[in-house]
Design a protein around this ligand. Structure first.
Ligand code: GZL
Length: 339
């Protein structure tokens, strides 16, 4: 019996199907896993663009000029890149609100979560949920204590170095020693923990930290803290300096110092952030140094997010290069400050 003729059309079709099918089998271009920290890398096709990106940014709050500038950097960068959607929320400095926002983003199936954590602890559960949903997380600005395998990278500042830089300023400002007060940031936040640690690492032994209280990084909360300090300690006699973890609290502290009759220059004050408010405080003679902490992280966040969407390796830690600003340059630089 003659073999049935198989029309040439069928042969060609079968051939095409087998070629197409074999294409589907070609091993995806796997990128070397940059460590167990990343969800299983998707095929590194590099085909995703910013127009495909939905990024979740559960912002911690609006407590300071630094935070306002950080939010602006994220929103402006998202708009300029023309991403598909920025899922932005304001947690009003409450961790539970950030966690709820992250869960909503997981539910939505966003491409990347960029998290600026209000405090270091308490993130393992929700980061595990994100990892199980194969949504990469970039920790931004402040650090977390969670297992590093639960997030892809950290983009921000070396907070301990900022504290060490402040200590170096006090070592110069108080060469014969003395006592300083500390107005610290949000309790348990990576920024406050790091700055406090750095200060204590490098402060000369002849300079004593007389007392430390939190002002939660806000101007309003710093006023009563400084007022309480002034009730307890005599400026110039009991203490000669103040380390303030951010400019907003510094401006609040100045209000209390003025009301108590303290004059610019009576105390050696070192602040952190380098905002316009901090520069003005240096021009007015209140701050003797302002340690930079840069909030403009938007471009780095989105560049890394796109790499993660395309399954490309990313650095585990991206630290911003920062400096210290001084009164003698403040007047000239103030008009150029972008935050
Ligand atoms: C530091 C950032 C801090 C700023 C404050 O990276 O988290 O939070 O120093 C802000 O001004 O409120």
């Amino acid at each position: 019996m003659k073999a049935p003729r198989v029309s040439s059309t069928i042969v060609i079709a079968a051939l095409l199907i087998s070629i197409l099918a074999s294409c589907g089998q070609a091993p995806a271009t796997t990128t070397p896993d940059a460590g167990a920290s990343q969800p299983a890398a998707a095929a590194n096709t590099g085909t995703k663009t910013y127009k495909d990106m939905t990024l979740c940014y559960p912002q911690l709050g609006a407590e300071s000029d630094w935070r306002t500038a950080n939010t602006a950097s994220i929103k402006e960068t998202a708009a300029s890149l023309g991403i598909k959607q920025l899922v932005f929320s304001d947690a009003q400095q409450k961790q539970e609100n950030q966690i709820s926002a992250i869960r909503a983003c997981i539910q939505q199936g966003v491409d990347v979560i960029a998290l600026p954590p209000v405090v270091e602890d308490g993130w393992d559960a929700v980061l595990t949920e994100a990892k199980n949903a194969n949504i990469p997380v970039i920790v931004v600005d402040r650090s977390v204590s969670a297992d590093p395998s639960l997030y892809a990278s950290y983009i921000g500042s070396d907070m301990a170095l900022e504290g060490e830089r402040a200590a170096a300023e006090f070592n110069k400002l108080l060469p014969n020693g003395g006592a300083i007060l500390e107005l610290s940031g949000t309790t348990g936040s990576g920024a406050a923990v790091g700055r406090a640690e750095g200060l204590r690492n490098k402060l000369n032994a002849n300079i004593k930290i007389l007392d430390s209280q939190t002002g939660n990084f806000t101007r309003a909360e710093a006023v009563p803290v400084m007022q309480a300090f002034l009730k307890k300690y005599k400026p110039g006699t009991d203490f000669q300096g103040v380390f303030i973890h951010n400019d907003d609290m510094g401006i609040g502290a100045i209000e209390a110092l003025k009301a108590a009759g303290v004059k610019p220059g009576d105390l050696k004050i070192v602040s952190v952030d380098g905002t316009r408010g901090g520069f003005q405080a240096m021009v007015d003679g209140w701050f003797q140094a302002d340690v930079e902490c840069n909030p403009l992280l938007g471009p780095q966040v989105f560049e890394m997010a796109l790499k993660l969407m395309n399954g490309q390796p990313v650095d585990r830690k991206v630290l911003t290069n920062e400096t210290v600003y001084y009164p003698d340059q403040a007047k000239e630089l103030l008009p150029t400050r972008t935050y």
